[in-house]
Design a protein around this ligand. Structure first.
Ligand code: F6P
Length: 370
C-alpha cells in the first residue's frame, strides 16, 4: 500500500549548529508549502516536544513563508539546537540525585500522532541522524539532512557548513602568515573537526600552512621541528602549523577540555597549546597559539553551503513526496541522492589515507607529522 499523502511536516535541527541550517529550513518550508503542506518547527532539537513549558510561544510552532523570509544567509538556526537532548538516551535526574539515561522517544511518536504530523525532516550530524534512524524504525516517517562543519558524515560527498568553516579558517591562516613573518614566529592554529582532519587538511592546504597535524596521522613533533629548522635554514624564518583538535602525538593521547558525561560527548581541545609549547622548547622560536573554535561555526554560509543546504532541503521534501522514509539526502556530485539512514548512523568518515588531497599536501612539501 502506498504511504498516506502528506499534509503536515515538522522540522528539527540537532547537534552543534553549522552555517546553512537556516537555508535548509527555508528550502524545506517553501518546497512543502508549495505542495500545500503545513510546516512546523520544533525548538532546540526535540526539547520543544519534551519540555513545552520552557517555551512561552510554544515548543512547536507553525513555519509560514513569513517566518523563513530572508533567513537563508544567516548563521545559526532559527529553531535552536542542542547536543544534549538525545531522546533515546535522555539524561534524567532521579529522586535519589543520580542521573540516568531514559528512552523518551515514545513521547515524540505520541506527539506526532496527536498533532497529526505526518513526517519529520531531521537536520543534523551523526548523532541526530542516528536518532532519526531509530525514530524511523519505531514507525515515524523521517528524512535526514546531513549537517556538520566537521564533514565527517559517511555516504555524502560533503555536508553543508564544512565549506564555510574551511573558508573562514583559510582567511585566518592568510592573516596569520603576515604577522608570523613580521615577528619570525611559529603560529599554531587549532581548528575543530572532532576525530576527522577535514577542516585542518583543507584549510591548511588552501591557507599555505607548513605543517598540518590531524587525527588520522599520529604525529611526531621531531618531524615538525625538522620542517621548521629547514625553513629557517632557507631563510624563511616563520612557520604556520595547523592542528586539528582531535590530533594526537604518536606516543600520546587526545587532549580533552571535558570528559564525556551522561548525555554529552567529550569536548576536545587543547592540543594547539601543547604543540605550541613543545615547538617553542624544541626550536627556541617565539611561538603563539590561536584556537579558532566556535568562530568556525558562526557567520554567513558560503554560496556553496547555501546552495547545498537549499538542494538538500528541497530534496528532503521531494523524498517525502515520493513516499520515502528512513533515508538521508546525500551529495553524490553532480546530483543529490538518498541513502538509507542505517547506512550512515554511527559511522564516521575520516580522511582516507589514499586521498589525493592528502597526497597534494605531501607533494607541496607540507609536513604531516609522519
Ligand atoms: O561537531 C561540530 C563541533 O563544532 C566539533 O568540531 C567540536 O568538537 C564540537 O562540535 C564542539 O561542541 P560544543 O559546541 O558542544 O563545544
Amino acid at each position: 500500500m502506498p504511504p498516506a499523502s502528506i499534509r503536515r511536516i515538522a522540522i528539527c535541527t540537532g547537534g552543534g549548529d553549522a552555517p546553512g541550517l537556516n537555508a535548509v529550513i527555508r528550502s524545506v518550508v517553501i518546497a512543502a508549502i508549495n505542495r500545500g503542506w503545513e510546516c512546523y518547527g520544533i525548538r532546540d532539537g526535540f526539547n520543544g516536544i519534551l519540555f513545552p513549558e520552557r517555551y512561552l510561544e510554544g515548543g512547536v510552532f507553525r513555519l509560514t513563508l513569513d517566518k523563513v523570509r530572508d533567513i537563508g544567509h544567516l548563521g545559526g538556526t532559527m529553531l535552536g539546537s542542542t547536543n544534549k537532548g538525545n531522546p533515546l538516551h535522555f539524561p534524567t535526574r532521579m529522586p535519589d540525585g543520580t542521573t540516568h539515561e531514559i528512552d523518551r522517544s515514545g513521547e515524540i511518536l505520541e506527539y506526532f500522532a496527536k498533532k497529526e504530523l505526518d513526517a519529520l525532516v531531521s537536520i543534523g550530524g551523526d548523532g541526530s541522524l542516528t536518532i532519526a534512524d531509530a525514530l524511523h524504525k519505531k514507525g515515524l516517517r523521517v528524512v535526514g539532512v546531513p549537517k556538520t562543519i566537521d564533514n565527517d558524515l559517511d555516504k555524502t560527498m560533503t555536508t553543508f557548513g564544512f565549506d564555510t568553516a574551511v573558508a573562514f579558517a583559510t582567511e585566518c591562516l592568510d592573516r596569520l602568515h603576515s604577522t608570523a613573518e613580521s615577528h619570525q614566529r611559529v603560529m599554531v592554529v587549532e581548528v575543530m573537526g572532532r576525530y576527522a582532519g577535514w577542516i585542518a587538511l583543507h584549510s591548511g592546504i588552501a591557507g599555505n600552512a607548513h605543517a598540518i597535524l590531524m587525527p588520522e596521522i599520529p604525529f611526531d613533533l621531531d618531524k615538525v621541528t625538522n620542517r621548521i629548522h629547514a625553513r629557517d635554514a632557507a631563510g624563511q624564518l616563520y612557520s604556520v602549523v595547523v592542528v586539528a583538535e582531535g590530533a594526537a602525538p604518536r606516543d600520546g593521547h587526545t587532549e580533552l577540555q571535558a570528559p564525556a558525561e551522561i548525555g554529552h560527548a567529550e569536548r576536545l581541545g587543547g592540543i594547539g597549546e601543547r604543540v605550541a609549547k613543545a615547538l617553542q622548547e624544541r626550536t627556541g622560536k617565539d611561538t603563539r597559539v590561536v584556537v579558532l573554535g566556535h568562530l568556525l561555526r558562526g557567520g554567513s554560509p558560503t554560496a556553496f553551503d547555501r546552495l547545498a543546504a537549499m538542494r538538500f532541503g528541497a530534496a528532503a521534501v521531494r523524498a517525502l513526496d515520493e513516499g520515502l522514509s528512513g533515508v538521508m539526502v546525500a551529495l553524490a556530485f553532480p546530483n543529490v541522492n538518498y541513502i538509507a539512514l542505517e547506512e550512515v548512523a554511527g559511522r564516521m568518515k575520516a580522511v582516507p589515507m589514499d586521498s589525493d588531497t592528502l597526497q597534494t599536501a605531501r607533494d607541496l612539501g607540507i609536513c604531516l607529522g609522519d
